[in-house]
Design a protein around this ligand. Structure first.
Ligand code: NAD
Length: 322
């Protein structure tokens, strides 16, 4: 039986990944500072531990681990990443986790290690035009991410790739573009746009108004969690290191995105644009490389995944009120 360690298993993507690996027949150990908020961790073994501590990392390898999926990071949505207030902790915490884990993987003979980077590492100067953002993998340099979160991701990508070059450690690096779906944070300040907009619309009356950060003309693409996991698994099974985008090419403006969610809700929703942290003006995944190398790209329309996500958040919001 193959064994896997999922770092960040208490989080959104990590929780789903644990279940996906289990369904494929892996023995899975999860590790996180906390259990999954929504009970979405069916790991065979779950360790509560702080990956900034090398002794905690070391103890995770008391049995043979074939594959490591390193998703633990200090992160959140725009309200956490782009205000500047958390820059030092974001950089320190995430870099320390990555420095520890890649070294442990090397010392303990791990066969492959996956690292989740982010589209936030792409240079801001290529993402100023909301209609024509450029995020092909080869456009990463000269580097100029718009946040310290993005700089840490770029540093850590390079860290993993240097272990591949110098030690032959089999690394796989993906750049996620806005992953969403059920069982993700939907309130409390660390939630991202899809969940935050669903929550606002759920709480609004029919004909009511919701606040939107910025003018709503900024563009993004969003990828449903199941598609993200498919991309991760295909990359891990391949003999190619990446880095590669794992995202959707269905780009929408935030105003259009709100209209899609409003249609799902069946409510008429008015938009009130206010000042707030926005990130880059435009961003879209470029899937040419993943298609070329892995013969795969996501297919599910945004509306389908959003309908499932909306229904799940609606349930959460209803039970939070009780
Ligand atoms: P998440 O915040 O839900 O999960 C991250 C988990 O890491 C959390 O459960 C957190 O408790 C854990 N963690 C943080 N510090 C830790 C520490 N010191 N020790 C142990 N665990 C620690 O985030 P997510 O959305 O599931 O994202 C997973 C990964 O994917 C992250 O690396 C993130 O940067 C990357 N990513 C996510 C997105 C997205 O849209 N969700 C986009 C780009 C990149």
């Amino acid at each position: 039986m193959k064994t896997a360690l999922v770092c960040g298993a208490g989080g959104f993507i990590g929780g789903h990944l644990v279940n996906r690996l289990q369904s494929e027949g892996y023995w899975v150990r999860g590790v996180d500072l906390k259990h999954n908020e929504y009970g979405n961790d069916k790991a065979d073994d779950f360790v509560i531990g702080d990956l900034r501590d090398p002794r905690v990392c070391e103890a995770l390898f008391d049995r043979q681990i074939d594959e490591v999926y390193q998703l633990a990071a200090d992160m959140g949505g725009a309200g956490y990443i782009f205000t500047g207030d958390h820059d030092a902790v974001v950089m320190h915490n995430s870099a320390t986790i990555n420095l520890n884990m890649v070294e442990m993987a090397r010392l303990h003979g791990v066969k492959k290690i996956f690292y989740s980077s982010s589209a936030c590492m792409y240079p801001e100067y290529n993402q100023l035009d909301p209609d024509n953002p450029k995020c092909s993998e080869d456009s990463a340099y000269p580097a100029m991410p718009d946040s310290e979160y993005g700089w840490e991701k770029l540093f850590s990508e390079r860290l993993y790739l240097s272990y591949y070059r110098n030690y032959g450690l089999e690394v796989r690096v993906a750049r996620f573009h806005n992953i969403f779906g059920p069982m993700g944070t939907w309130d409390g300040g660390k939630e991202k746009a899809p969940a935050a907009l669903c929550r606002k619309i759920i709480h609004a009356e029919d004909g009511g108004t919701i606040d939107i950060w910025g003018d709503g003309k900024q563009t993004r693409s969003f990828l449903y969690i199941d598609e993200c996991l498919e991309g991760v698994r295909r990359l891990m099974e391949s003999d190619w290191t990446g880095p590669v985008n794992i995202g959707s090419e269905e780009m929408v403006s935030i105003n259009e995105f709100v209209d899609i969610i409003a249609t799902i809700s069946g409510k008429k929703i008015n938009k009130h644009h206010i000042e707030g942290p926005e990130g880059v003006r435009g961003r879209n995944s470029d899937n040419a490389l993943i298609y070329e190398k892995l013969g795969w790209k996501p297919t599910q329309p945004l509306r389908e995944g959003m309908a499932k996500t909306y229904a799940w958040i609606e349930k959460q919001a209803a039970s939070a009120v009780k």
